[in-house]
Ligand binder design. Structure first.
Ligand SMILES: Cc1cc2nc3c(=O)[nH]c(=O)nc-3n(C[C@H](O)[C@H](O)[C@H](O)COP(=O)(O)OP(=O)(O)OC[C@H]3O[C@@H](n4cnc5c(N)ncnc54)[C@H](O)[C@@H]3O)c2cc1C
Length: 402
């Protein structure tokens, strides 16, 4: 079987690798450089806590692969299972965390609840006013600058053709599959995987599939090294988006942080997301609540990246409903870094075997048209919301991307 993968971010490169391990002949086409889209901008959080419940099977699959990445790819991509702590500062957020933990348990995610004494003893210096926290010991972080390149190199070693700097001029459905004309030549294959990130909805629209997707740029920053040692990735349970920050410390001591600030719209042409220093004070106030010591160090760099946010904050994954041989994996709505290896493996399994052991039904591309139909039906019949939808509506939980 031969497959063209469109897009060389984490999703495209991981898919190329897992397709090649399954014996497919792969051509990956990237218009810029490998990993230079949302992937390189990522905070690097490998977090399952707070994910939409139906995403947890995919997140577990991905976490197992992150754990094997160094052996599998022949290179350390700095995956560290340091644990992920989410601090809590008010009773409403504590109730949200407990409700989520209870709902997530049957989906295979166990969260520890920490009281203030546990937090001080195990993680000194974090959230001095926190009343509780959740802790997920097997989560952690990875290096966003390394992972897509590592997948691409490993795929190339297995025979995949990786083409960078190729502008796609035309995509045609032919009798035998697809023909993609680019500035670096034309490529034909039986199957096409659309892994074009924030640009994925444009590719889908070429085949008559509409996806409500906005391109937005979350803002990140990094400080000078801080001598204190903070092991886990740190986040927060809160209903107040102005405090929805997160941070982690890299080996040299620098604190990488994000969240709290608005994600600003990004023009897909050329798709450059800009950080804005005016958004820093809000972010730093929120980060300081999690880590008061941040006040001792200066911010040395800020950045952003162009990410595709789908209306329901879930990705689009699976087969096209209009075009045989076409597959989609895009719109990861700010939380695709953790999922990446699992997405690549699941998409490769689906393309090569026509089945996928991980349930992907909630990510179908036609869910929006089906939801519109359901909305019409609810005016004359009972609610058709899924149990997850009901959980989120009942709890009023935000769908937090990080
Ligand atoms: C600032 C920021 C922080 C984030 N932090 C986290 C985090 O901590 N944890 C987490 O889980 N997720 C995080 N995310 C989300 C995560 O990074 C993304 O969901 C993930 O990297 C998406 O990967 P992708 O391969 O789908 O997209 P991308 O990395 O954007 O790759 C898509 C590629 O397709 C290429 N392309 C587009 N159109 C074409 C075309 N027509 N022809 C050829 N190539 C094309 C683009 O050039 C791009 O390289 C963050 C995102 C951002 C922006």
């Amino acid at each position: 079987m031969d497959v063209i993968v469109l897009g060389g971010g984490l999703m495209g490169t991981a898919s190329a690798y897992f397709l090649a391990t399954r014996g497919a002949s792969v051509t990956l086409i990237e218009r810029n450089r490998i990993g230079s889209g949302a992937t390189i901008a990522s905070f690097g959080n490998i977090r399952r806590t707070g994910r939409h419940l139906s995403q947890l099977p995919l997140a577990h699959r991905s976490l197992r692969l992150w754990g094997e990445a160094e052996r599998m790819l022949g290179r350390d991509v700095e995956f560290r299972a340091t644990g992920h702590i989410r601090l809590i500062f008010d009773d409403g957020s504590l109730a949200d965390m407990r409700a989520y933990a209870e709902a997530a348990r049957p989906w295979g995610l166990e969260l520890e609840e920490l009281d203030p004494r546990d937090i001080r003893a195990r993680f000194p210096g974090l959230g001095t006013d926190a009343i509780a926290a959740s802790f997920s010991p097997h989560d952690g972080s990875g290096n966003p600058r390394l992972i897509a390149l590592a997948f691409a190199e490993a795929a190339r070693r297995l025979g995949a053709e990786i083409i960078e700097g190729a502008l796609v001029e035309k995509i045609e459905r032919t009798d035998s599959g697809f023909l993609v004309a680019t500035s670096k030549g034309s490529f034909a294959a039986e199957c096409l995987l659309n892994a074009a990130g924030a640009w994925g909805a444009r590719i889908a629209a070429l085949f008559g599939e509409e996806v409500p997707l906005d391109a937005r740029g979350p803002q990140m920053g990094v400080t000078e090294p801080l001598p204190d040692r903070i092991l886990p990735v740190v986040g927060i349970w809160t209903r107040d988006k102005d405090y929805g920050a997160y941070l982690r410390q890299v080996k040299r001591g620098n604190i990488v942080f994000g969240g709290a600030a608005e994600r600003v719209p990004v023009d897909l042409d050329p798709g450059h997301a800009k950080a804005d220093p005016a958004r820093l004070p809000v972010q730093l106030r929120a980060v300081a609540r999690l880590l008061p010591a941040i006040a001792q160090v200066a911010v040395i760099r800020t950045w952003s990246g162009c990410e595709g946010y789908v209306r329901d904050m879930l990705p689009v994954m699976g087969r096209s409903v209009t075009t045989p041989g076409l597959f989609h994996a895009f719109g990861f709505s700010g939380h695709g870094f953790q999922l990446g290896p699992g997405v690549g493996d699941a998409m490769a399994e689906l393309i090569v075997t026509d089945r996928c052991e991980t349930p992907l039904d909630d990510f179908r591309i036609d869910r929006f048209s089906r939801a519109d139909e359901r909305a019409e039906l609810t005016t004359i019949g009972p609610s058709t919301a899924t149990s997850n939808d009901r959980f989120r509506i009942r709890q009023g939980l935000p769908q937090r991307p990080i």
